[in-house]
Design a protein around this ligand. Structure first.
Ligand code: NAD
Length: 493
């Protein structure tokens, strides 16, 4: 069993003020995995005060981009130096297969390197001159760190979601208080250790494990925070927005999705089936951008359903550390129950369950589920409309392109979407018609640090990653200078 009974505040490992711990369980056998420090409002107070001091009086926001970049690169190296251990920790905490966890750890390190590069590039362009129509004035824009960031993240990609916020915020010169999910807090606490060893000054990054209702809520409501950066569900996103509204805090929201994948009949059948599977079964379907609604052109529909079931049967389910496992347990008992409830209600709503959706017979313990394939899912059903966040795919046939687009866009969400066709003109036309922040053509899910990430509609506000993610941690300051030797003369007429 692991012991993570301290919080990382102001460069030190401190026991929670109220000395509380919570239990974290291994999703593959439900055994006790770790005792974890539970931050309360008092700890949030200490952490925000430390981040505030580091921002208002410390060196970090005033360093050059190059100086900050060297620390970020050392954090990336620190992650890589411990990649095997971190990947195993992530499997044990979250349940995901080892190969996926290894990918997450590599991506997290890559994210720190990428933002180191942007911090350096920012040094080369400290101001952006603006053409203004009055020659008596010079006008330009400078960027400054937004301040103290309260970052709250979910459990599906624990270290990677931390990196997506911590790396750009640090690169921009912000200081942070990071609260990982109570279901998967371990790798974020290790990130604190790595950042400390990389020479990040005290108070610049503070990591508080704790419950959402207590530590998360106290962080969201704290007046010492300048920006709330949140990734998680829509209901919690609403609370974050409300908390931010009280003091008009800057905020960004990365929320849920029910992303469509449109497959035209000219697609290669095997490729379509593989991307459908990757789009919904990767990470046990616990992916915000999972393409969980699949629209298939009628001519291909029967053959595609048959091949999808055939290939899905072959998925190897088991403990994430076992060689060759492709689908691990869901993250928690609560998540499994939620997904099982959605499957049961989907059957009552008239969808046809072609495969899966049960606890696998050979795995008595752990939060395992066989991947579920539903066909002919009614568009009015909760199964079609609501985010399930599990390995459950819903399929329907369509006849015309406009119909596919209308059905795809008929959602309160707009995070991601995908289209498959060998006719690239059509695929690009459909991509433009999809109301989503991310559109994949002839694939589903590949993600790059360079490309913006975020959604339309109830999938969120703002963008992470790329230059957009960097700029979301930087204020825009206009500076206008009067250059003329002549007096302004307004009151001398
Ligand atoms: P969640 O909203 O339950 O929790 C997210 C975080 O918020 C956790 O750290 C939790 O402790 C904290 N929290 C809970 N209540 C809080 C409160 N009252 N005040 C402040 N913080 C609070 O979400 P989850 O179950 O951890 O994650 C799943 C959701 O995240 C899904 O909806 C998924 O689509 C979404 N997600 C979105 C993205 C994206 O990039 N758009 C990425 C990953 C996950």
């Amino acid at each position: 069993m692991y012991h993570y009974e301290h919080l990382y505040i102001d460069g030190q490992w401190l026991a929670p003020v109220r000395q509380g711990c919570f239990n974290s369980f291994d999703p593959c056998d439900e055994s006790l995995l770790a005792k974890v420090a539970a931050a309360s409002a008092e700890d949030v107070e200490l952490a925000v005060a430390a981040a505030r001091r580091a921002f208002d009086q410390g060196d970090w926001p005033r360093l050059s981009g190059h100086e900050r970049a060297s620390v970020l690169r050392r954090i990336a190296e620190g992650i890589r130096a411990r990649q095997d251990e971190l990947a195993i920790l992530e499997v044990r905490d979250n349940g995901k297969p080892l190969a996926e966890a290894q990918g997450d750890i590599a991506d997290a390190a890559g994210c720190f390197d990428y933002y180191a590069g942007l911090a350096e590039a920012a040094d080369a362009a400290p101001r952006q001159s603006l053409e203004v129509p009055d020659p008596r004035f010079s006008c330009w824009v400078e960027r400054e760190p937004v301040g103290v960031v309260g970052a709250i993240i979910p459990w599906n990609f624990p270290l990677l979601m931390a990196a997506w916020k911590v790396a750009p915020a640090l690169a921009a010169g912000c200081t942070l208080v990071l609260k990982p999910s109570e279901l998967t807090p371990l790798s974020a606490l290790e990130l604190a250790r790595i950042a400390h060893q990389a020479g990040l000054p005290a108070g610049v990054l503070n990591v508080l494990s704790g419950l959402g209702s207590e530590a998360g809520a106290a962080l969201a409501e704290h007046s010492g925070i300048d920006k709330l950066a949140f990734t998680g569900s829509v209901p919690t996103g609403r609370r974050i927005m409300q908390a931010a509204s009280r003091e008009i805090k800057n905020f960004s929201l990365e929320l849920g999705g029910k992303s469509p994948l449109i497959v035209f009949a000219d697609s290669d059948l095997d490729a379509a089936v593989e991307w459908i599977m990757f789009g919904i079964f990767w990470n046990q379907g616990q992916v915000c951008s999972a393409t969980s609604r699949v629209l298939v052109e009628r001519a291909l529909y029967p053959a595609l359903l048959e091949r999808l079931v055939e290939q899905t049967r072959k998925i190897r389910i088991g403990q994430g550390l076992e060689e060759g496992v492709q689908l691990g347990p869901l993250v928690s008992r609560g998540q499994l129950d939620k997904v099982l409830t959605a499957i049961a209600s989907g059957q009552q709503e008239g969808a046809r369950l072609l495969h899966g959706g049960q606890r696998p017979a050979h795995l008595e313990q752990g939060h395992y589920l066989t991947p579920a394939i539903f066909a002919d899912v009614p568009v009015a059903s909760a199964l079609w409309r609501e985010e399930i966040f599990g390995p459950v795919v819903c399929l329907r046939a369509f006849d015309r392109e406009e119909e596919a687009l209308r059905l795809a866009n008929d959602s309160v969400y707009g995070l991601a979407a995908a289209v498959m066709s060998q006719d690239l003109t059509r695929a690009e036309r459909v991509a433009r018609g999809l109301r989503a922040g991310i559109v994949w053509i002839n694939c589903s899910q590949p993600t790059f640090n360079e490309a913006p990430w975020g959604g339309y509609k109830q999938s969120g506000i703002g963008r992470e990653l790329g230059q957009w993610g960097f700029d979301s941690y930087r204020e825009v300051k206009q500076i206008t200078r009067y250059d003329s030797a002549k007096p302004w003369g307004w009151y001398q007429q």
